[in-house]
Design a protein around this ligand. Sequence first.
Ligand SMILES: [Fe+2]
Length: 200
Amino acid sequence: MHLNPVFSIPLWSDILYEISDQNLSDAETCLRQLNRQDNLGRNISNRGKSFQSKTKFTEDFVDTPLENILEIILTRLQNCMADLDSPKELEFESLWFNINSESGYNVVHTHSGILSGTFYISIPEPAAPLKITREFDMINHFWGSIESRHRTPITSTVATLVPEPKLLVAFPSFMPHGVEQNMAKEDRISLSFNTRIKRT
Ligand SMILES: [Fe+2]
């Protein structure tokens, strides 16, 4: 029998070197300030000592150090659409930031939207990886039953990506993902987003 892999899932990553260290540090200060104003946030995928802000929008970051960063991210996301041979333009649907303190983590979940992703602002060592997984039913009922002995691009159910400051990661919003536990004493800070097709 011929084995034909028929689908693959895109995962984009790029370090945004054009963002200055000062801009990054000002962005962290800005997010910490917002965190002090609302330290309850929301609880969706975050567990343990893990803060997730309420939903923000592009307008919330106008005239802040995040404004420039969001513009750069959106340009990169447009390149992702070109990779997919799509003529559509994206816009941010929602934005939120995450502060995972020591032991904080995020359980595997999916998002709404077209492309989702995260921009990493502060990543202490050891860096807690982003974990991406196959569809839930495939893991539980298919791969869980056959107990493959070797991990290949076909049989693997989990892949990890180690973040660093200024790294941007993007993926289709339907792709399940989570964050491993932060084993560092310092906070792991990131900005996440969902996008939608731009409304004309
Ligand atoms: Fe997420």
